[in-house]
Design a protein around this ligand. Structure first.
Ligand code: GTB
Length: 217
C-alpha cells in the first residue's frame, strides 16, 4: 500500500509550511506512515486528471490503493482513524478530539483565512483600511476564547491529538502578524507543536521542495 499526496510544485508560502499539505504530511509522520508526494503546478491543478481527484482543483489530495480523498480535515480524520497515534482510544475522549478537529477547521480557521485573503486581494481597495480592524477583531475574539480554554495546559484535551495538530497548523497562519503577541500561551502551544519530531520531519520535507524549486531557477 502506497500513500501519495499532492502538494504545490512552487508554494506561494516560500517553504514556510503554511499550505495545507503540511498538516497531512505532519499527520502521516506522527503515525509513522511513509508517503510519496506528487508536485503540481497551478495549471496542472486545473487539469481534468487532477479535477477527477479533487473537484475544486486544489491540493492536497490523498491516494491510498483505490481510495482517493480531498479536504485536509477528511484526510487527517481518515489517517487518525486508520493508524494509532492521533486519537485517544477511549470513546468520549476520541469524540472530543474529533470535536477539536472541527473547531480548528470550522470555527478558528475561517476568520484567519478571511483576514489573510483580504490582505492579498483587497489591500488596494478603498475599503480595506476600514475593514481590517473588523477582521482583526474577529480573529482576536477566537484567539481570546481559545487561549482561555487552553489555559496552562500543554494540549487542548489531554494528550496531543489530531485536534491539536490541526489547531497548531491553523494558528501558524498568523505567524507573520502580531495578533498572537497578546496570547503567550498560544505562542507556546504552537512552539510545542513545532518542536515535535514528526512536525520537524514534515516541515523539512516541504521546505526541501521549495529549496529545490528555487535552486532550479
Ligand atoms: N478546504 C480545503 C482543504 O482543507 O483541503 C482547502 C484546500 C486549499 O485551500 N488548497 C489550496 C489550493 O490548492 C492550497 S492551501 N489553492 C489553489 C487553488 O485553489 O487554485 C492554501 C494556502 C495557499 C497558500 C498559502 N501561503 O502562501 O501562505 C497558505 C495556504
Amino acid at each position: 500500500m502506497t500513500i501519495t499526496l499532492t502538494a504545490f510544485e512552487r508554494s506561494p508560502d516560500r517553504g514556510r509550511g503554511l499550505a495545507r499539505d503540511m498538516r497531512v504530511r505532519w499527520a502521516l509522520e506522527e503515525v509513522g506512515q511513509p508517503y510519496d508526494v506528487r508536485l503540481l503546478s497551478f495549471a496542472a491543478m486545473k487539469d481534468p486528471a487532477h479535477l477527477a481527484l479533487h473537484p475544486f482543483g486544489q491540493i492536497p489530495t490523498y491516494q491510498e490503493d483505490d481510495l482517493v480523498l480531498f479536504e485536509s480535515g477528511a484526510i487527517i480524520l481518515h489517517v487518525a482513524t486508520r493508524y494509532p497515534g492521533l486519537l485517544p482510544d477511549e470513546g468520549n475522549a476520541r469524540a472530543r478530539a474529533i470535536g477539536w478537529m472541527f473547531a480548528a477547521l470550522n470555527t478558528v480557521e475561517p476568520p484567519i483565512v478571511e483576514r489573510g485573503m483580504a490582505s492579498i486581494v483587497e489591500s488596494d481597495a478603498p475599503w480595506y483600511a476600514a475593514r481590517l480592524p473588523m477582521l482583526d477583531e474577529r480573529v482576536r475574539g477566537r484567539l481570546s476564547q481559545l487561549s482561555a480554554r487552553l489555559g496552562d495546559a500543554d494540549w487542548l484535551d489531554g494528550a496531543f491529538s489530531a485536534g491539536d495538530l490541526l489547531m497548531v497548523t491553523v494558528l501558524r497562519r498568523l505567524s507573520a502578524s502580531t495578533l498572537l503577541n497578546d496570547y503567550p500561551n498560544l505562542g507556546a502551544y504552537i512552539a510545542r507543536g513545532e518542536a515535535r519530531p514528526a512536525y520537524q520531519r514534515a516541515f523539512a520535507d516541504q521546505r526541501a521542495v521549495f529549496t529545490r524549486a528555487a535552486g532550479a531557477n
